[in-house]
Design a protein. Sequence first.
Length: 263
Amino acid sequence: MDNIIYWYSGTGNSLSAARRLAEHLHGETVLLPVTALLYGYEQPAASVYGFVFPLYGAEAPWPVLEAIKQLKLPENAYTFAAATCNERGGVALDDLNNYMMDHGMKLSYGRRIDMPGNCLPSSDEENAERLRYEESEVQRIADNVNRRMLSSFHGGNPHMKTVEDRRSSMHRAGLDRWVVNDSCIRCGTCASLCPMHNITLKDGIPQFGNECGFCFACWHWCPAKALSLAEFPVFSPEGRSQYRHPDISADDLREQSKYGKNK
Ligand SMILES: Cc1cc2nc3c(=O)[nH]c(=O)nc-3n(C[C@H](O)[C@H](O)[C@H](O)COP(=O)(O)O)c2cc1C
Ligand code: SF4
Ligand code: SF4
């Protein structure tokens, strides 16, 4: 195998970028959800290992960081990250390189891609423009990976917080405190999409556990806008509009939930 790309995505931006990257990379490429690595299912050997994921609070999602710990990289493997975000990426890729170094690896190359926001809203005009530029942004990353470009990472937080610290700070902020309202039609879409299997259905009504991966797929794909985050009025039925990448379907994203602890 030449290239493996692991992806994590709630509203399709990162999956779309990962698919486009696969089209432009030289050689044979396998696309796998990060959950396959996280739960120890599949890890074909390759020369190039890529990660495509959204940024949350200018950091890689905790399931991605946990999954990276499982990597068994051959000597001289080239690694890259493409982080999709809403223009506020901070030092996420420097931090990711620090994190990988803490685990005996190194990030060879990384770049952010500005995409429509699925947390703080971005305007329709911004979204249309970012989707227009997605292809050229991805092409640039693929070209750089094909010629094995090396990024010079410097800065970031030299003393990385643990994955658990990051996860619990998002939990304390209430970003996983989902509330179901009366308009729920008991369709189960949220449970079927959740990459972390954090939603179970009781009489068809979703119940949320403690394994949220903060992807917001449940909110953006709910056909009844039946979910809210108590502390964040923007995530209420009256709040921002839902967003889904135009080229990605719910079935495409369900690939992530095929893998899990009890599957
Ligand atoms: C909980 C949460 C936090 C986010 N924090 C940031 C952030 O700090 N900076 C930023 O630029 N985008 C942020 N975003 C926006 C996403 O990174 C962006 O929309 C991304 O492209 C979504 O990718 P996906 O469709 O693959 O899930 C956040 C999204 C969520 C759900
Ligand atoms: S997706 Fe929405 S309507 Fe369907 S079960 Fe979940 S909360 Fe209810
Ligand atoms: S509960 Fe919702 S936000 Fe949390 S991981 Fe599952 S789908 Fe994503």
